[in-house]
Design a protein around this ligand. Sequence first.
Ligand code: NI
Length: 136
Amino acid sequence: MKVTVHRKAHFNAAHRLYRKDWSMEKNDKIFGKCNNPQYHGHNYELITSVTGEIDPDTGYVIDMKVLKDIIKEEVEEKFDHKNLNEQVEEFYNLNPTAENISVVIWNKLRKRLNANLELEVTLYETPRNFVTYNGQ
Ligand code: NI
């Protein structure tokens, strides 16, 4: 029997979607307003979902205090109020789309969790646009 627990977190960050190796015209055509050279911000909402067996000793899949602290250290402290393109090294050469941000976050969190736990992240860039990644 496996149970999934979910933890919500939040960060504000700025980004610009573009490729340095494309012309301004091509970047505008593909990325539209997201290619604004002055950047723009989002209120990102992150849902971290951890699946595993219930520990018979504690009754927990994972101690939510431990999960909260991992998310704080790996995501909130590194991304909140940052310019992702300029201040977060994973995006120096990676377009900070919601898709790529979700993969970067998943990799950071995966390293901190026991191997017997499954991980999925859901990242909302806007209330209507969100992505999920589970390592596949
Ligand atoms: Ni954007």
